[in-house]
Design a binder for this molecule. Structure first.
Ligand SMILES: CSC[C@@H](O)[C@@H](O)C(=O)COP(=O)(O)O
Length: 365
């Protein structure tokens, strides 16, 4: 058994009331961990992707709300709860697509309302404990995804992943990368292909970095090389994370995921989405209703500080896309026959309809 636990990076840390975030914009060249003491700093870190990946954003947002309320403990109950609402709405505005941020903030708001009879400092203490609990729960959820997905990983496989859904995006193991970490620890040898993931290069900068640190065989490819590698039989499965799941099983994930899913169907390669459905309330009936974050133009017109497009160029920069549920799953032939259900990698269940999918999610967490 190999032990990779020591090499895994920790994107978020809470230590005696101070939040520490690993600045992911500086990876892989520099490993910088900054302390955060104000809600404005946390909002900015989320917005700029210093902390990123749906689960890590949710955890950081929860701690951000705790930081916001620390200096408000002198307020009356009514004013404390009003301020809590205001600060949660502010944090929630940092990034719209990942469900975890909204989910974590709402959980803290609900808890504060339930405790409205308690003295304000006790409500504050409970908020801090819940943020710590959200952090710990994510660690467990990632491990469960890892346990569930590990048997899929077989010796000799080539595995393609897009963006970064690893330790850097979560409390510990990652979602999509959790099965890979556990398979590696169990001695399974496989090769990961990491899409570079334009425009912000989460694959090139982050997935390669964390897998390399863990001693996992990883090869970097440009996004436009995936089709060729599939045609050359280098890819046996695709596994990605998700920022939001709709009730019909459609999944929003980093821009470019849809293209990979279409390719996987063409080449009849299993396409898995790894996620803990605890956070996904399946509020949207289908992927069309999911709000997709549109980011700044310079992320597309520049590579780092260097301009690569003409001045004045029209640009689109949606940060995520939606993969229809019909493209998610392991058996493309079966899916063509019964294309009306989604399959999402989760605790041992492969539901056959979105209604059952919903029930099973609730039952398991
Ligand atoms: C476990 S993470 C799943 C997703 O959050 C991940 O794949 C992703 O798209 C992250 O996007 P990012 O813009 O880097 O926050």
């Amino acid at each position: 058994m190999k032990n990779t636990a020591l090499q895994r990076p920790q994107p978020v840390r809470w230590d005696h009331g101070t939040l520490y975030l690993l600045d992911q914009t500086r990876l892989p060249l520099e490993t910088v961990i900054d302390p955060y003491t104000t809600v404005e700093q946390v909002w900015d870190a989320i917005r700029r992707l210093k902390v990123r990946g749906a689960p890590a954003i949710g955890i950081a947002g929860a701690y951000g709300l705790v930081l916001a309320m620390r200096s408000q403990q002198h307020l009356t109950h009514e004013d404390f709860l009003a301020q809590l609402d205001t600060q949660a709405a502010y944090l929630d505005s940092a990034r719209p697509t990942a469900v975890n941020l909204h989910w974590a903030l709402q959980r803290l708001l609900r808890q504060a309302r339930q405790l409205h009879q308690q003295p304000v400092p006790e409500i504050y203490q409970a908020l801090e404990q819940t943020a710590i609990q959200i952090h710990a729960e994510d660690r467990q959820l990632c491990r469960r995804i890892g346990d569930h997905g590990r048997p899929l990983i077989k010796t000799g496989m080539g595995i393609l992943t897009h963006c970064n859904a690893g330790a850097l995006a979560t409390a510990e193991l990652g979602t999509a990368l959790a099965p890979l970490y556990l398979a590696h620890e169990a001695g399974v040898s496989f090769r990961v292909y990491a899409d570079e993931t334009r425009p912000l290069l989460q694959g090139a900068r982050l997935t390669t970095w964390e897998l390399q640190q863990a001693g996992i065989d990883v090869t970097l490819i440009c996004d436009n090389m995936a089709a060729t590698l599939m045609a050359q039989d280098c890819i046996d499965m695709v596994i990605v994370g998700t920022d939001r799941v709709a009730a019909n099983g459609d999944v929003a994930n980093k821009i470019g995921t849809l293209g990979v899913a279409i390719l996987a169907q063409y080449f009849q390669i299993p396409f898995y989405v790894a996620c803990p459905l605890l956070h996904h309330r399946l509020r949207h009936p289908s992927g069309e209703a999911i709000v997709i974050e549109e980011r700044a133009q310079d992320e597309v017109t520049h590579l780092g500080q260097r301009r690569t497009a003409p001045v004045g160029m029209a640009v689109r920069n949606p940060a995520f896309d939606v993969t229809p549920h019909t493209l998610v799953g392991a058996d493309h032939r079966a899916r063509n026959l019964a294309a009306s259900y989604g399959e999402t990698l989760r605790a041992g269940l492969w539901p056959r309809s979105s209604r059952r999918l919903n029930q099973r999610f609730d039952a398991s967490y």
